[in-house]
Each structure stands twice: as C-alpha cells, then as structure tokens.
Design a protein around this ligand. Structure first.
Ligand SMILES: *Cc1c(COP(=O)(O)O)cnc(C)c1O
Length: 387
C-alpha cells in the first residue's frame, strides 16, 4: 500500500507509523529477552531475543522496505553487518574487493577472512576490465563501495552486476555514503546492501549500528541463520534510535548534499586547496554514472591541502566542524583519513589509493553553509600567516 508514496513520505507513513495495539506514534521498545509460548506445539513469532525482537523487527522491516529488498537485518555495528555477510562465504572462496574500501572492511578481509582460507583481490572498480580480470573460478562475491571512501570514486553498479551475473557471483554494496534516500542498489540488481547505520541513517552521532538488506528469499534465509549464529544483533534501545533517525533522513540528506555541493565548488576556488573530490563536480570522472544510478551526490567530500603541516594548522583553527572519526551526522565532521578511517591500512597502500597526508574528509551537516565558508576562510588565513 505504501508503495504509492514517495520515499520521503514512506519514511514516516509505513508499517511502523503507529503501534497496532495502542496507537502509540512511536515504535515501542520491547526489552524482553524471552517470550512466553502460549502453545506447547506451536511457538509464536518471537521466542528468544537474539533470534528476533519486535523493536528490531520494526527496524529490519523498515530498512528492507526502503531499500526495496525482501528482508532486513540489524546488527551491533556496520562492521558486524559486513563481517556477518562475509560469512556467506566458505573456505576456498574468493572475493573481489574495491581498492579504496572502508578501512575496517580492509582489515577484516585481509586479516580475518584470509585466516579462514578465503582469498581476496583488490581492484579499482572504476575500471570494469580490472574487475573482470580480478574474477577467478572460485570468486563468490564482488564487494563494492560507491562513492568510495575517501576519494569518492564511482562504480557503475549495473555493469558490475552484469559481470557478477556472467560469472555467477554475488554483489555486495556498502551503501553507507548514499543511504536509500539517494541510491537503492537492489533496484539495480545488487544482492546484498550493507550499511553502517551509525552514519547518515541514524544521523545524530549517538548510536553504533549496522544494517543489511537482501534481494531474495534464499539469501534472507542464509543471512538470518548467520545473524542468529553469530549473534551480533542490535540492542532494542539502539534500534529505536535508528528508527527515529530514519524519519528525518530525507531532509537531512537533501540539506547536506546541497551544502556539500556548494562547499565543493567553493573549496575548488581556494588557493590553499590543491584538489577536491566530490562526485557532483562536473569534472569528476564518475559524474555521469552517479547522475544515472543515484538521486544525488551525497554529503561527503574530500579535499587536499599541501601537506600534513597544513592539515594540522587548518584543523587547529576551524571551529564549526567537529574533528572526529565518523561521518553522516547533523553536525559537520572533519576527519583525517590517514590516521583515522584508514589507520588500519599500511602507509604505502594508503598513498597508492590517493589517501595522502594532505587529505581531509568533510561530512557536511546541517549548519549554515555560509558559516562553514567563513570558518574555513579564517582557518585558511592562518595557513598563510605561518607559511
Ligand atoms: C563507518 C563505516 C563502516 C563501519 O561501520 P561501523 O558502524 O563503524 O561498524 C563501514 N563502511 C563505511 C563506508 C563506513 O563509513
């Protein structure tokens, strides 16, 4: 029924709009760890909290509906969602992973999966020939992040899906940067969508959470089994926080994406800035693909200053954004990938991926763009003074 509404409206008017029993206009937080069974022979929908919980089910149903998949899963963190999804693989399998993958995912693939006899190849997913060349006989998954972190490379999802179909492997997409408000990979044929719901989906820097959504029933059954076996489920208070954050997802993404675009244009004109990475800039190599496969360019951009000293000086002088790990919040977050998100990556690998010592990532929040520009201008002036 809700299908007839736009995404914006469906964030509010969905199955969780009010509690069916009481009419409460907020999903009840169900703390119970176990559920009384009314019938000896026929157990109810819920039996034990790890296996299923009504508050978690509300979130899982909501994200599945928004991503256009058959089932959703809520995990204790983005990494819990990602690593549980990787457990769909078995010893002897191989994965093709995008080179500038999230640092934690890089660590899991290279340090954990490898110990379990699961092989990997990193490829630049902007080049489809490279993706195809990376596929082996035992490849089971192509793992994509688009836009990638932090250099904002765009992967053509439809074309990767076509390759995956040709070689009979699955596609996983980390959709954290876009959220279903801007990009719905399942509609493009992707099998598993993953999220750090810590970021834009919850949006307020107050919860660590992960989500997964799958395309078909068979995967749903397998992932449900793994979620219950691993047990890294999201607690009910946190499920509620994510559900609340979701209600404003559309307005937050709309404001922050527009602000990010304005800032990207402005940063490009600043003499202290050597380079700006934002897929909404017309010169960006992924601009056309992004325009075709998404409803926007997102709220994250990266920019490069001369060197680490310039970065230190800049960071010490900005006042509006918080300087922190993470992204996707109401407050703008400035981070330094070299020692934050990509600290787990060896220096050489980092440099190769363009994550230089001068690179900063900015996740734009809900502040006035003019205030951010003023703040950054002041910080740039301080750079000039010390030169
Ligand atoms: C933060 C992040 C993750 C990891 O999520 P956690 O909630 O921190 O475990 C994975 N992928 C991307 C793109 C992220 O930004």
């Amino acid at each position: 029924m809700s299908e007839q509404f736009s995404f914006q409206t469906r964030l509010l008017h969905n199955n969780q709009k009010f509690d069916k029993e009481t009419g409460a206009v907020s999903v009840p937080i169900q703390h119970a760890s176990t559920f009384h069974q009314f019938d000896f022979d026929q157990f109810g929908t819920f039996d034990y909290g790890r296996s299923g919980n009504p508050t978690r089910a509300a979130l899982e149903e909501t994200i599945a509906e928004l991503e256009g998949g058959v089932q959703g899963f809520a995990f204790a963190s983005g990494m819990a969602a990602i690593s549980t999804a990787f457990m769909l693989l078995s010893k002897g399998d191989h994965v093709v992973v995008t080179t500038d993958v999230y640092g934690g995912t890089f660590r899991f693939v290279t340090k954990v999966l490898s110990r379990l006899g699961i092989e990997y190849t990193f490829v630049d997913m902007t080049n489809l020939d490279d993706v195809e060349a990376g596929i082996q006989e035992n490849t089971k998954v192509i793992y994509v992040e688009t836009p990638s972190n932090p250099t904002m490379k765009i992967t053509n999802l439809k074309e990767v899906v076509a390759l995956a179909k040709k070689y009979e492997c699955l596609t996983f997409v980390d959709n954290t940067f876009m959220t279903p408000a801007l990009q719905r990979p399942i509609e493009l044929g992707v099998d598993v969508v993953l999220h750090s719901a810590t970021k834009f989906i919850s949006g307020h820097s107050d919860v660590i959470a992960g989500l997964a959504v799958v395309k078909d029933e068979e995967l749903a059954e397998q992932l449900a089994f793994l979620q219950n076996s691993f047990g890294s489920v999201l607690g009910v208070q946190d499920c509620w926080l994510v559900l609340r954050g979701l209600k404003t997802l559309h307005v937050r993404m709309e404001h922050s994406s527009k602000a990010a675009y304005e800032l990207a244009l402005w940063l490009k004109e600043q003499s202290e800035v050597e380079r700006v990475y934002y897929p909404g800039l017309e010169g960006h190599p992924g601009y056309d693909i992004q325009q075709e496969q998404s409803d926007g360019f997102g709220a994250v951009l990266s920019f490069e200053l001369k060197d680490k000293d310039a970065v230190r000086q800049f960071v010490n002088n900005v006042k509006v954004p918080v300087f922190a790990v993470s992204l996707g919040a109401v407050e703008s977050i400035l981070s330094y990938p070299a020692t934050m998100s990509h600290a787990a990556m060896p220096g050489e690998e980092r440099q190769q991926r363009g994550i230089t010592d001068g690179l900063l990532r900015l996740s734009v929040g809900l502040e006035s763009v003019e205030d951010i520009k003023k703040d950054f201008s002041n910080a740039f002036e301080s750079l000039a003074v010390t030169k």
